[in-house]
Write a protein that binds this ligand. Structure first.
Ligand code: E4P
Length: 217
């Protein structure tokens, strides 16, 4: 399973990249706004900087909602760097645009996916990634991880090559459950990634080893 970090914060991207286990980055308009990035040039420069830090797929989301505008915006985003993946919302115009991007050699991430039916459409249109939002599904009282399992089973039966990118991750346990459910990628904030490191028995065991090491130092 690949690990992407889900942020536009450069310090957190660097910290995750320094761990040596990072495969890419996802951003969205909310995450870009949170970093105070404003205006066309600032947005382009920010994506360029992320691409310089991480050698992997970097999702940059369109904010257009009509076919022609999505295509124009997506082409500009894709031109920023070869590693840019154009992130397109799961709407009718978005599916049409994903198909166009696929036919024209531009890789896409279909975002805002909340059902298996939407995941089938994204795969049919040729998206490189499909992003089910498991945390938001959990927040609404359904089971986000169960959706990952369902999509994984459908994609396996049908031979779809679209990669399942589990998004909207809230906890370290989400990452483990998504890995078990067949996600190809997990994108998450830095905290759940770092949370995977923690176990009290590791801390107790290390303290004992270091204590005993003093006896033969
Ligand atoms: C990533 O691709 C998604 O935009 C992101 O994971 C959404 O996360 P949220 O539900 O925490 O906003």
């Amino acid at each position: 399973m690949k690990f992407f970090i889900d942020t536009a914060n450069l310090a957190q991207i660097k910290e995750a990249n320094d761990l040596g286990i990072l495969d890419g980055v996802t951003t969205n308009p909310s995450l870009m706004a949170k970093e105070g990035i404003k205006g066309h040039d600032a947005v382009v420069n920010h994506y360029k900087t992320i691409c310089e830090i991480v050698d992997g797929d970097i999702s940059a989301e369109v904010v257009s909602t009509t076919f022609n505008e999505i295509i124009e915006e997506g082409k500009k985003l894709a031109a920023i760097h070869p590693n840019i993946i154009v992130k397109v919302p799961m709407i009718k115009e978005g599916v049409k645009a994903i198909k166009w991007f696929t036919d024209n050699g531009i890789a896409t991430n279909c975002t805002l996916v909340f059902s298996a039916g939407q995941a089938i459409l994204a795969a049919k249109a040729g998206a490189k990634y499909v992003s089910p939002f498991i945390g938001r599904i959990d927040d609404s009282g359904w089971d986000g991880v169960q959706l990952i399992s369902q999509i994984a089973e459908i994609y396996s039966i049908q031979g779809f090559e679209t990669q399942i990118l589990a998004a909207s991750i809230r906890t370290s346990n989400h990452i483990i459950e998504c890995a078990q459910a067949g996600a190809d990628v997990c994108t998450c904030p830095l905290e759940p990634i770092l949370g995977l490191l923690k176990h009290p028995l590791t801390d107790i065991g290390l303290a004992k080893f270091l204590e005993d090491a003093k006896k033969f130092a």
